[in-house]
Write a protein that binds this ligand. Structure first.
Ligand SMILES: C[S@@+](CC[C@H](N)C(=O)[O-])C[C@H]1O[C@@H](n2cnc3c(N)ncnc32)[C@H](O)[C@@H]1O
Length: 279
C-alpha cells in the first residue's frame, strides 16, 4: 500500500515537472525568502558538501552553490527523474560547475554515513509517506554538529493560498486523491510541535522552529488558476480528470471564492510555512 502510494506520488511529480519549469520565475519571486532562510540556517561554508533533498527544479540548492564555492559541492536531488532533469538543465544554464544532480529517494538515501556537511529540504518532508525514515536518513548521512534546515507548510487555517482551491473542489464534489492530513498530505506536519517531535525522535538534539509568512501575489485570477493547476500537485491531479464542463464550473466558482482576496493590483492569498533547523 505504502509502496503504491509512493509510486503514485512519484508519477504525479514527474507529471508536474514541466509546469514547475514554466512557472520557475513566479515561484522564485514568491518564495525566495524561504530559500534564503534555509541557506542561511544550514550554515554552509566554503568547501562544504550540501545536499538538497526533494529539490524539485533545484533553485534552493543553486542558492547555496555560491556559498560552498568551487571547492565545495551541492548534491541536488529528487525522487522524480523529470524534476532532476529540470534541475540539470537549469544548473547548466546557470553555468554551475559545483552542482551534481541525481535521483535520490529521501526515505532511503544511497549515500554513505557522515558524508554531507548540511542538508536543505523545502516543502518535501510533509509529502513523504514515511517522513520519520527520511529524518533518520538525514541524521545518518549528516556529519555530527552540522545542520539540517527544512520548511514544511503550516496548517490549513494559515494557508488560504491552497485551501481556497481545495475547499472549492470539495464544494463541487471533487474529493482530493490523498487525505491532506494523512501521511504524504500537504498538512501532515502542520505545527511547530509536530516538526520538533519528529526531529527529536530521529536523533536531532538541538532543534529551532519558527514560522514565516509566504504571501502569493497574482496579477489576475488567470495567473492564479494557471499556477494552481500546473504546479500544485494534489490539485492538478484532480483537475486533470475533470470534464470540460466540470473544469469550467470549478474555474468560475473559484474565481468567485477568490474575490475576497482581491487587491488594487490583483490577488494576494496568504500562507505560512514552518522553518526549522536541527543538528
Ligand atoms: C513541493 S515540491 C518542492 C520542490 C523544491 N524543494 C522547492 O522548494 O521548490 C516537492 C518535491 O518533493 C519531491 N519528493 C516527494 N517525495 C520525495 C521523496 N520521498 N524523496 C525525494 N523527493 C521527494 C517531489 O518529487 C517534488 O519535486
Amino acid at each position: 500500500m505504502v509502496d503504491d502510494a509512493r509510486a503514485k506520488s512519484r508519477a504525479t511529480w514527474n507529471e508536474m515537472a514541466a509546469g514547475w519549469e514554466r512557472k520557475r520565475d513566479f515561484m522564485w519571486r514568491t518564495t525566495r525568502h524561504v530559500a534564503e532562510w534555509l541557506v542561511e540556517h544550514v550554515d554552509a561554508r566554503p568547501g562544504d558538501t550540501i545536499l538538497d533533498l526533494a529539490g524539485g527544479p533545484g533553485e534552493n540548492g543553486f542558492l547555496a552553490a555560491a556559498r560552498v564555492g568551487s571547492q565545495g559541492k551541492i548534491i541536488e536531488t529528487d525522487f522524480a527523474d523529470e524534476m532532476v532533469g529540470v534541475a540539470r538543465r537549469r544548473a547548466s544554464e546557470l553555468g554551475l560547475e559545483n552542482v551534481e544532480t541525481r535521483v535520490l529517494d529521501a526515505e532511503r538515501m544511497d549515500l554513505a554515513d557522515d558524508s554531507v556537511d548540511g542538508i536543505i529540504c523545502r516543502w518535501g518532508f510533509m509529502l513523504m509517506l514515511d517522513p520519520g525514515a527520511a529524518f533518520r536518513e538525514c541524521r545518518r548521512v549528516l556529519k555530527d554538529g552540522r545542520r539540517l534546515a527544512l520548511s514544511v507548510w503550516a496548517g490549513p487555517e494559515k494557508n488560504p493560498w491552497v485551501t481556497v482551491t481545495g475547499m472549492t473542489m470539495v464544494q463541487l464534489g471533487h474529493q482530493p486523491g490523498r487525505d491532506p492530513f494523512g501521511p504524504g498530505g500537504m498538512f501532515s506536519m502542520p505545527d511547530p510541535e509536530t516538526v520538533r517531535t519528529m526531529l527529536t525522535d530521529a536523533g536531532f538534539a538541538d532543534v529551532t522552529v519558527e514560522e514565516m509568512v509566504v504571501d502569493w501575489r497574482y496579477e489576475s485570477f488567470d495567473e492564479a488558476w494557471d499556477f494552481m493547476t500546473e504546479v500544485a500537485g494534489a490539485i492538478a491531479q484532480v483537475v486533470k480528470d475533470l470534464s470540460r464542463d466540470e473544469t469550467e464550473k470549478l474555474r468560475r466558482t473559484l474565481e468567485e471564492n477568490m474575490d475576497a482576496f482581491k487587491t488594487d493590483s490583483g490577488l494576494t492569498l496568504p500562507g505560512v510555512t514552518i522553518n526549522a533547523w536541527a543538528s
